[in-house]
Ligand binder design. Structure first.
Ligand code: AMP
Ligand code: MN
Ligand code: MN
Ligand code: MN
Length: 274
């Protein structure tokens, strides 16, 4: 089955509208899709009634949080997007994003870059503001040549834009997801550059908080990473998920619906709702 449970639309930092994602997903032969925007479920008001049964749409979200000193992402899958728990969570995270964006702009000003707040706001428009909007501003204003340089010099881990102290704690994020009827899944565990010991500790803390799953497949990844994550998933008795982390067409490492199958010995998260 073609399953993609991690994608982004233009209501956060993706390029396609929610309706365009659904259309592209059908073209790509996706049979089960989740749009998991950063700290918002606004996509789901735009794609109501989108569903002949050939494409099952599972409501989802990707929340930002912090574990120790690392920024972490947690997917909420099969949530009720209209629930009070999600409305409340999204409001809290939006406040955090606004305060964080102002702090990022202050940090950039100290490095001699003026007007980053206004610039990033303009790039974001109605979307939920995030570092990619700062990246677009830095590229457009000629401070850097491209997106990668923006993250490497200004926005990535350890740089001026790496502000994480505003996010709600991991246990609260997991609880919001559970209260909304969903399953909390640790997103892209291999992307945090944690040692194996730290990653194991993170998964233990995540499970203790009520987290139930982890992504074993995230976009295009090596078979070494897949087997490392599959082993961890089994050891920690977590459910396995898979997704592209699609943001726009043409990125070969994160193409919509191009997600490797889960290793057979993993227990799939969708068994909980199918
Ligand atoms: P934020 O939600 O504001 O923390 O921004 C995180 C988003 O920035 C991620 O979901 C990616 O879409 C994007 N991103 C993170 N790191 C990089 C990078 N090194 N290069 C390009 N985009 C990145
Ligand atoms: Mn993103
Ligand atoms: Mn993420
Ligand atoms: Mn994502």
């Amino acid at each position: 089955m073609n399953i993609d449970l991690h994608t982004h639309s233009s209501v956060s930092d993706g390029k396609l509208s929610p309706l365009e994602i659904v259309r592209q997903a059908r073209l790509a032969g996706v049979e089960m899709l989740s749009i998991t925007d950063h700290d918002t479920v606004a996509a789901y008001t735009q794609i109501k009634d989108q569903g002949p049964a050939s494409l099952a749409i599972i409501a989802g979200v990707e929340f930002s949080t912090q574990w120790k000193r690392t920024g972490i992402h947690i997917l909420g899958l099969n949530i009720k997007p209209d629930s009070d728990a999600i409305h409340c969570a999204v409001a809290i995270q939006h406040d955090a994003r606004l305060m964080r964006a102002q702090r990022i702009a202050d940090n950039l000003r100290r490095l001699g870059i003026e007007n980053a707040w206004e610039g990033a706001k303009l790039m974001a428009g109605d979307s939920v503001i995030g570092r990619p909007h700062f990246a677009r501003f830095l590229v457009d204003s000629g401070v850097v040549r491209d997106f990668n340089e923006a993250f490497r010099k200004y926005l990535g881990a350890g740089k001026a834009g790496d502000v994480r102290q505003y996010w709600a704690p991991m246990a609260s994020v997991v609880q919001w997801i559970r209260d909304a009827g969903g399953i909390a899944v640790l997103a892209h565990p291999d992307k945090y550059q944690l040692t194996n010991t730290k990653l194991s500790l993170l998964l233990d803390d995540f499970s203790d908080s009520g987290g139930e799953g982890m992504e074993v497949i995230s976009g295009r990844q090596s078979t070494d990473v897949t087997s490392k994550l599959a082993n961890l998933c089994r050891q920690k008795a977590l459910l396995a998920s898979c997704g592209s982390d699609f943001h726009q067409l043409g990125q070969c490492w994160a193409e919509l619906g191009r997600v490797a199958a889960l290793p057979l010995d993993c227990k799939a998260v969708w068994e909980r709702w199918t």
